[in-house]
Design a protein around this ligand. Structure first.
Ligand code: SF4
Length: 292
């Protein structure tokens, strides 16, 4: 819970505030950019919510924040934020909110499908928060869990235990040690089921993978995201823990696939039609080569 005594001076005066425990994950500024901003190495409130819609967004960020760093001086109904998650993004794909500190506020996603289509899928792990688990229960649980890489696994074991879901992860990121049921090896793409393709993309970590769903949604972990400042697809050179050269090679590999959504763990998500997305990806690869 946020502490008013530790309210950051960068917050504008008023009800909502961020305190000094903020870890600068940017979840709030991405979810509600009209209210929160990254002022440097932390986030703060730059506009106090006034309308019902703005209060809802401010409360959603409060719920999604991994460290409980957002507070308000006026009491608001917590369900305004809680009930907004999972948040529908497009078709049957949702953002889970409730990010976890252990994955540095990484975003996770839920795909809802009928049993005949293979059942629901969780991509990376949110916080195992009772309110979220109840809502996913009501949406018919989770059949499958896809883990992009070792940094964003958070509460995967608790989700596995509660929902009995099968986890998929790459061997090179320690899948066996973690007790993962479906382990991917090597660098060739693997069909996880009819609609989900696992594509190994070493770079950020050795065993990083992205998951392509229905040739529309690319769940990119920490491999690929959108930069609102550069208005382009981007990758994070400073956190290419395994190899930036390998990450460029992995990015080139993605040019063989068509998709419309980039849904990352960290960084901004992005939608565009497939042709524009491909042109953006080509520009991203060119830009990455200049940073080698
Ligand atoms: S969501 Fe929380 S931890 Fe993340 S930047 Fe905002 S206030 Fe900081």
């Amino acid at each position: 819970m946020a502490n008013l005594q530790h309210r950051l001076p960068e917050n504008v005066p008023g009800d909502f505030f961020v305190d000094s425990s903020c870890i600068d994950c940017d979840t709030c500024s991405q979810l509600a950019p009209g209210i929160y901003r990254d002022h440097g190495d932390q986030c703060s409130v730059h506009h106090q919510p006034e309308t019902d819609d703005e209060i809802r967004l401010a409360m959603m960020a409060l719920v999604a924040c991994p460290t409980g760093s957002i507070g308000s001086t006026v009491k608001h109904d917590a369900h305004i934020g809680i009930d907004a998650f999972p948040l529908l993004m497009d078709d049957e794909v949702y953002f889970c909110g409730f990010t976890s500190e252990s994955s540095f506020g990484g975003w996770s996603y839920l795909i809802t499908r009928s049993e005949a289509e293979g059942g629901n899928v969780l991509i990376d792990s949110p916080r195992f928060a009772t309110q979220l688990v109840k809502r996913i229960d009501a949406m018919h649980g989770i059949n499958r869990m896809l883990l992009t890489h070792k940094d964003d696994i958070a509460d995967h074991e608790r989700f596995r235990k509660h929902f009995g879901c099968e986890r998929t992860m790459h061997a090179a990121d320690g899948a066996q040690r973690l007790g993962v049921e479906n382990i991917i090896n090597g660098e060739e793409p693997v069909l996880v089921d009819r609609d989900i393709l696992a594509i190994p993309t070493p770079g950020h970590t050795r065993g990083h993978m992205v998951f392509l769903y229905k040739k529309r949604f690319l769940f990119t972990g920490d491999h690929l995201a959108w930069s609102p400042i550069r208005q382009s697809l981007t990758a994070f050179r400073s956190v290419a823990w395994y190899s930036w050269t390998e990450q460029i090679r992995s990015m080139e590999k993605l040019l063989s696939y068509s998709f419309e959504w980039v849904l990352p763990g960290h960084g901004n998500f992005h939608y565009s039609n497939a042709a524009i997305m491909r042109a953006d990806l080509e520009r991203c690869v060119t830009w990455m080569r200049t940073r080698n």
